[in-house]
Ligand binder design. Structure first.
Ligand SMILES: CC[C@H](C(=O)O)C(=O)SCCNC(=O)CCNC(=O)[C@H](O)C(C)(C)COP(=O)(O)OP(=O)(O)OC[C@H]1O[C@@H](n2cnc3c(N)ncnc32)[C@H](O)[C@@H]1OP(=O)(O)O
Length: 253
């Protein structure tokens, strides 16, 4: 079964849907490869104006890294996995087309990092959003904290990271992480309605504004900070606290 569905629509939107509902749309290596391929295609294709990332079903947008696949990784292998997804999220962050995370359900862990790398976040009312990595004895490992501290005011970003708990969409809207709270009857059409003012611009204009907007993240200084976060997470990955947290998750489910 396809782990992700990629659709091009008549308006120039590419819809990327993580299709692993049985695992709350957790990201494994296959999803990473599909996302990397899609981002590269969107970057190059002048018939594409925007990229929207969402998840299958109404339970979860994305539950982060696939713990059943990643739980046994040792520090060096963990670092490679984290860097692989970190590079993909960096390419998403600096993509020359506007991007949207259409949050159709719970977003936790790396799912929040994926959404943070997008320009806009539209979330279905009632969803829970949680940078819960701290509760697992690690930090964000895909660059999500660095991105959050770039996009939100310092206090709000640090509060979200230090709490490491699932927060309401409404609270995340108040913090400025969520840009629109959707009713949820027809998420795609609601999303399309919000994007229509952007879609009337030419691809050249969209590319030009995204180039201006993302220039600050193309510096060596930013990239050094971004990848240092990943190295820190890899160090914590092998901790007893992280191992116990993963064990207790699988005992529960
Ligand atoms: C890799 C690093 C990365 C980073 O930060 O850089 C991370 O993402 S670390 C954080 C990893 N993610 C998590 O710890 C979240 C784990 N999942 C949950 O907390 C819950 O599943 C939740 C809140 C997403 C949904 O809860 P709900 O009660 O609706 O569902 P279940 O917990 O019963 O899960 C259903 C089913 O899905 C499997 N599942 C869910 N999340 C993951 C996951 N991340 N990896 C692998 N599998 C996952 C869960 O085991 C259940 O499977 P089943 O076979 O039915 O028991």
């Amino acid at each position: 079964m396809e782990v992700a569905i990629v659709e091009h629509d008549r308006d120039g939107i590419v819809w990327f849907t993580i299709h692993r509902p049985e695992k709350r749309n957790a990201i494994n290596f296959e999803v990473m490869d599909k996302l990397k391929e899609t981002i590269a295609m969107v970057e190059k294709n002048d018939n594409v104006k925007m990229l929207v990332i969402t998840g299958t079903g109404d339970e979860a947008f994305c539950s982060g890294g696939d713990l059943s696949k990643f739980q046994h990784l040792h520090t060096e292998d963990a670092k490679q996995m984290l860097e692989k997804m970190g590079k993909i999220l960096y390419s998403l962050l600096t993509l020359s087309k506007p991007t949207v995370a259409l949050i159709n359900g719970t977003a936790v862990g790396g799912g929040c990092e994926l959404a943070s790398a997008c320009d806009f976040r539209y979330a279905k009312r009632g969803c829970k959003i949680g940078f819960i990595q701290g509760k697992l004895g690690i930090t964000t490992g895909w660059g999500g904290a660095t991105i959050l501290l770039e996009k939100l005011p310092y206090t709000q970003a640090l509060d979200i990271l230090l709490r490491a708990e699932r927060m309401s969409v409404e609270k995340m809207y108040e913090y400025g992480w969520v840009h629109a709270v959707l009713q949820g009857d027809n998420l795609r059409e609601e999303c399309r309605g919000l994007l229509s003012p952007y879609l009337s611009q030419s691809v050249s204009v969209l590319r030009a504004y995204k180039a201006i907007a993302t220039e600050k993240w193309k510096s060596d200084e930013f990239r050094t900070r971004f990848f240092a976060e990943i190295a820190r997470c890899a160090k914590l990955w092998g901790s007893e606290e992280h191992k116990r947290a993963i064990e207790s998750f699988f005992k529960k489910s």
